[in-house]
Design a protein around this ligand. Structure first.
Ligand SMILES: Cc1cc2ncn([C@H]3O[C@H](COP(=O)(O)O)[C@@H](O)[C@H]3O)c2cc1C
Ligand SMILES: O=C(O)c1cccnc1
Length: 355
């Protein structure tokens, strides 16, 4: 009963996601064509301007209030020794986010964005006035021994992401980005990728926080075992999420779907955020049009994961951090696209001859 109620809420939200607004995109193309430049010469910045119009239904939307939603959670699979760092780092980094000392805080500040730090499943008691306390579990169960979380918990995590977007939307935020913190989460993300794209654990797994060859071989084996023991159904993204996913991955999939349902652009950060984006895409294919791929992570499988979603990253800086750092940098390019459209002269206003 409870489960069907949650699923009904979720289905309602998914039902709100619509294709992009063709007329707003056409008007943007007209405006871009009148600016003092050869047609298409601003490349992906023109694509972004067009996409923002299609998403919002406005040629020049006000996206000045922007939030990076950093979902934090722990992973039972850390017991298998798959990360270069201990699980204690997850709560420690949450406190660092709340004190403003993490990389994402610095980059968000520079981009004029707010960091929204969410405890959706950290294995520690955390208290801070700025923390969004939404803990559903004290970390997932060890997926190498059984399912990571109950089906219902995965749906609750998705709804938590949606609720956060709703809360922030009511405060005036119109541009969102995904970020995460969770030691062990590249293992869960690689497992999700392997099942949903059909690639092998070898192809999906990367070095995460910087593991050596021996530990990478072990990580691949743990992913293989987790998939074998849980037998996730590739046709059912809820099943995949509940069995081999993570609470922050589920929460971020909810953030992405919630943003799409409210016609807001959502910037996808690195490998873990992209695993969440793939889940969201399988739940609501139209949601992909609301996503902006920010950067290409150095996590080796990221390119293949973005290809599976249908996203092309705009930044290549060899970063492999997560937290929302690549997404924060992408905010600058989004603002650049908007400023060009808004502030450039037209051929007529500047008296420049057309070709
Ligand atoms: C100090 C520190 C800060 C981080 N910020 C993001 N991550 C990143 O590394 C983790 C994933 O890597 P793995 O799967 O190998 O554990 C995630 O928490 C991710 O956000 C960090 C990792 C560390 C150690
Ligand atoms: O691409 C990412 O988001 C990433 C890669 C390695 C470790 N943490 C995050």
């Amino acid at each position: 009963m409870v489960q069907s109620n949650l699923c009904t809420q979720f289905a309602h939200e998914i039902g709100r996601i619509r294709p992009l607004d063709d007329e707003a995109m056409r008007m943007t193309d007209v405006r871009l064509g009148n600016l003092t430049k050869p047609p298409g010469s601003l490349g992906k910045l023109e694509d972004i301007a067009r996409q923002l119009a299609g998403i919002t239904g406005e040629v020049d939307p006000d996206l000045s209030r922007k939030a990076i939603i950093v979902m934090a959670a722990d992973h039972g699979v850390c017991a298998e020794g798959i990360s270069a760092f201990p699980a204690d780092v997850t709560p420690q980094m949450v406190m660092n986010f709340l004190s403003g000392g993490a990389a994402v805080n610095v980059l968000a500040k520079q981009a004029g964005a707010d960091v929204v730090c969410v405890d959706i499943g950290v294995n520690a008691e955390l208290e801070h006035p700025d923390l969004y306390a939404r803990k559903l579990m004290h970390g997932t169960n060890n997926m190498a021994q059984g399912r990571a979380m109950e089906h219902d918990t995965a749906v609750q995590a998705l709804l938590t992401g949606i609720e956060l977007v709703e809360t922030l939307w009511n405060k005036g935020y119109r541009l969102f980005a995904t970020g995460e913190m969770g030691i062990g989460n590249t293992t869960a993300s690689a497992a999700v990728m392997s099942v949903l794209t059909g690639c092998s654990p070898e192809e999906a797994a990367g070095r995460g926080t910087g593991i050596d060859d021996a530990r990478l071989a072990h990580k691949i084996e743990v992913i293989r075992r987790s998939i074998a023991i849980n037998e996730p159904n590739v046709e059912d993204p809820f099943d995949v999420l509940g069995k081999i996913g993570g609470l922050e991955i589920a929460g971020l999939a909810g953030v992405i779907l919630g943003a799409a349902a409210r016609r807001c652009p959502v910037v996808i950060d690195g490998f873990i955020s992209s695993a969440a984006a793939l889940i969201a895409a399988r739940m609501a294919p139209d949601a992909v049009q609301y996503m902006i791929g920010s950067h290409l992570s150095n996590e080796q499988a990221h390119k293949k994961l973005l290809d599976a979603i249908g996203l092309a990253p705009v930044i290549h800086l060899d970063m492999r951090l997560g937290e929302g750092t690549g997404a924060a940098l992408c905010f600058h390019l989004i603002e650049a696209a908007q400023r060009l459209l808004r502030e450039m002269a037209t051929f007529d206003s500047a008296g420049v001859s057309r070709g």
